[in-house]
Structures are given as structure tokens and as C-alpha cells.
Ligand binder design. Structure first.
Ligand code: SF4
Ligand code: SF4
Length: 434
């Protein structure tokens, strides 16, 4: 170490809760504890310093002399890092050696790549541990005619009418759940059509009770009043593993929604009212209804209809402020780099038996000829959905924000682009728009 008194030495380090992304001439630093973001572009001194910090032998700690610290770019950078609690300086004379900084290492629990090297038997046992959620479209019959039908389920969990009479036979579903014993499956979503018209519903509930699986029933509010009888016969209150999502889209028949609320008062099952929204005006109206009908639990689902881009730009698109406010943890950031936390572990079974990892992706197989083990194995080792990250898609792969942005969802398909943001193309002053 240089002990030259004319050039005192310091250790400069970045804290290990800081996420650092360097791409070409851009650098992004993010404090995962406070949400603060700093970007640098075309700053050669800072780029060089970041390169040194990132090198495996330095592990985010480098030596800086007083002379280097007088460089205006380095000085401003160090000042920023100290001000934002992302890094600090220590006088080298105060430490006996180089301080040790434990840089975060990416390590995913049950990493599929590691599993590839394990014996066939252990892979066979382990692969089913990935399966977390199943969405079952049990039938496609419905007498209603909502404008959003057929498109909504491609964006979020919603019912869908085909009226072909197709349905998943209860025997097939029993076989499916028998194969899932020992898996980590925890949640099952039951959707139609109108599931109250599905003849196997009572038996399906018995199977789910038997397997102690959490289940959510998706029923459109206009199907609830006429289906009141079947609802009562179902014994939905048997245990506390059940939840009902009542689907509401506009225009809303307030009188019928009120009747639905009254019917549900007689059930102890937890209910969430899920509103599909196409505009700011619908959002305002939904808030009025929620208040007027004293609805406790709600979820909102923006629906892209091809003409309401502005609504999405305002309500769904991310910007620097919203990413900072969301404050993703380092663990979330790391997992987003190698998999898709939104899609991972999910399978959807359609009424024709086709099984999809993502509703907008090609089927992995069919219930009638493939075992669920084969399906999960295919997705884990050959599939593209569960591991689809922003690092793989244009333009996000060239963007320093890729690990901070929410995982790719079904909305990117619906809107036909991956950059659902007001950040790209990148502009250092934060005024960029696409
Ligand atoms: S209730 Fe559901 S399945 Fe029926 S028409 Fe409306 S969106 Fe389609
Ligand atoms: S381009 Fe992609 S990664 Fe970059 S900010 Fe936009 S959505 Fe996020």
C-alpha cells in the first residue's frame, strides 16, 4: 500500500445491499434499503472505477488516493454514494488490511441447472417441487355475453366463454390430483365459463378438500344470483381453504351487484370482488360502487382493449419514481434475473385438456396423453415461460433497469411490446418516453 503522506490512501467500498448494473456506457446503482436510484452515462472515470469495483479480486472495495479523489467526476460519484448511503470511504491508515466486503452471490433455491446434473431419480422427485399453482378451466358454458370475454383471460385470471360444451371430465381431474401427491402444489384456481353449471363441481371440491389444497372459485357476479341454489348445495363453507373471486366488468348492473353482495353475506367464505377496468372513469365508478355497497376486499385488473393505451400509460407503465417506490429487495432482483416470479410454478389447464405454462404460450401437452410430471419436466428443462426474464427480451436486455422492473406478465403480449415503461429509450435526465 502507498503510504506516501502527500497522497493519503482510502478504501472506497459499495455496500452489499446495493444493486449495480453496468451496460456499455451506462451504470445504474440502486439502494435496496431506501429505493434510491443513481444513473451515470458516458462518464469514463466512473465507468473505470465501477469496473475495478466489480472485478472479482476487489469485491466492491478499491483503494483511492487523495489525488484520485480530487478528480471532479470521482469526487462527485463518491459524494453521491456517501450521501445516498450506498458506499463510504475509510482512511487506509485506520485499517490493518483491505476491508472485506461480502458481495451478494446469485444462488437460487433448487436451481434447475443444478438439478440437471443430479441423478434421474432425484430430478424426478424434485421437479414436482416447482409446481405451485394450477388454474383449471373446468367448462366453457356461460349464457352471458361480456364485451371483454375471450380477451380478458389472456391478460389475467378471468372466465371465458366458448359454448362448445367442452369441459374437463371429473375422472381426468381426479387422476390429475392423484399424480400430484407429494408435489408442492398449494393453490388451485377454478374457472369457467360459469363454474356453477359444471356438473363435476361438487366432486372437484371434495377432491381439493381431500388433498388440502387452497382453492379460489371465479364466478361472474351476473352468474351468482341465478346460480344461488347450486352455490348453497356446494357447501363452500366446509373449511377455510376456500376463497371466492367475484368478477365484475363494466357496464355494471348495480341492482344485481347489490343482490350478489346480499347472497354472499350468508356465506362465511372470504370473497374478493375483482374489477376489470378499461379506463380511469371505470376506476372512479368502481370506487363509488365499492363504497356504496360496503365491499371490503377488492382487486383491480386493467384490461387492454386495443384502444386504451393512455389508461395503461398512466396506470400500468412504470417510471423511475414508481420503481424506486416499489423498492424491490435484492433477493427479488436476483430472482428476476434468472426466472419469472410472476409465471414460475404456474400451469393452466384448458377445457380441451391443453396444459400451458403461460396462457399466451403454446401448450406443453394435454391432460389426456401426458403425465403432469412430464409437463413440469418439459417446462423446467426445455420451456421458455417460467424462466422468461427481461434479460432475454428486446429492448429490456439493453436496459440497466431490467432487474428493477416488474417481471414480464401477460400484458406485454396484449400490448405487443416489452417496455411497458416511461423510461425507454434511456435518457439520463429522466425525461425519456417511448
Ligand atoms: S361471465 Fe365470463 S364467461 Fe360469461 S360472457 Fe362474461 S366474461 Fe365470458
Ligand atoms: S425498457 Fe424494459 S427494463 Fe427498461 S425500463 Fe422499460 S420495461 Fe424496464
Amino acid at each position: 500500500m502507498n503510504n506516501d503522506n502527500s497522497n493519503p490512501q482510502y478504501w472506497f467500498y459499495l455496500d452489499n445491499y446495493v444493486h449495480l448494473e453496468r451496460l456499455g456506457n451506462r451504470v445504474l446503482l440502486y439502494n435496496s434499503l431506501t429505493g434510491e436510484i443513481r444513473e451515470y452515462m458516458d462518464n469514463q472515470e466512473v465507468l473505470h472505477l465501477i469496473e475495478k469495483l466489480q472485478s472479482p479480486e476487489n469485491l466492491l472495495v478499491v483503494q483511492l488516493g487523495e489525488k484520485e479523489l480530487k478528480d471532479p467526476e470521482i469526487s462527485a460519484f463518491v459524494h453521491d454514494m456517501r450521501n445516498l448511503f450506498m458506499g463510504d470511504l475509510i482512511e487506509a491508515s485506520r485499517s490493518t488490511g483491505k476491508p472485506i466486503q461480502l458481495a451478494p452471490v446469485l444462488k437460487l433455491h433448487r436451481d434447475a441447472d443444478k438439478m440437471k446434473t443430479e441423478s434421474f431419480r432425484s430430478v424426478g422427485v424434485n421437479v414436482m417441487k416447482y409446481l405451485d399453482r394450477l388454474a383449471l378451466y373446468v367448462n366453457d358454458s356461460c349464457t352471458l355475453d361480456c364485451g371483454i370475454c375471450s380477451s380478458a383471460r389472456k391478460q389475467f385470471l378471468w372466465c371465458n366463454r366458448g359454448n362448445t360444451g367442452a369441459e374437463l371430465h371429473i375422472d381426468k381431474l381426479r387422476q390429475l390430483f392423484d399424480q400430484l401427491v407429494g408435489s408442492d402444489l398449494r393453490y388451485v384456481h377454478i374457472l369457467g365459463g360459469n363454474i356453477l353449471a359444471y356438473p363435476g363441481l361438487h366432486e372437484l371440491i371434495s377432491i381439493l378438500v381431500e388433498h388440502q389444497l387452497k382453492r379460489t372459485f371465479y364466478i361472474h357476479y351476473l352468474n351468482l344470483a341465478p346460480g344461488r341454489e347450486s352455490l348453497q348445495n356446494l357447501g363452500l363453507t366446509l373449511d377455510n381453504y376456500s376463497q371466492m373471486n367475484v368478477l365484475v366488468n363494466f357496464p355494471v348492473d348495480e341492482g344485481k351487484l347489490k343482490i350478489t353482495c346480499q347472497i354472499l353475506e350468508n356465506f362465511s367464505i372470504p370473497v374478493t370482488f375483482a374489477f376489470a377496468l378499461q379506463s380511469e372513469a371505470e376506476f372512479t365508478e368502481a370506487e363509488r360502487l365499492i363504497s356504496a355497497l360496503s365491499i371490503d376486499s377488492v382487486s383491480f385488473h386493467p384490461f387492454f382493449n386495443g384502444q386504451n393505451l393512455e389508461f395503461f400509460e398512466q396506470g400500468v407503465f412504470v417510471d423511475r419514481q414508481s420503481l424506486s417506490a416499489a423498492r424491490p429487495s435484492l433477493k427479488e432482483i436476483h430472482s428476476r434475473q434468472v426466472m419469472n416470479p410472476f409465471l414460475f410454478g404456474n400451469l393452466t389447464v384448458l377445457t380441451n385438456g391443453d396444459i400451458h405454462a403461460g396462457i399466451n404460450d403454446l401448450p406443453l401437452g394435454n391432460l389426456s396423453k401426458d403425465s403432469i410430471y412430464d409437463i413440469v419436466y418439459r417446462e423446467v428443462f426445455q420451456g421458455q415461460t417460467w424462466r422468461r426474464s427481461r434479460k432475454q427480451v428486446i429492448p429490456c436486455r439493453d436496459c440497466v433497469f431490467s432487474a428493477l422492473c416488474p417481471p414480464l406478465s401477460h400484458y406485454e403480449y396484449a400490448l405487443g411490446k416489452n417496455n411497458l415503461c416511461r423510461i425507454w429509450p434511456l435518457n439520463i435526465d429522466g425525461k425519456a418516453a417511448n
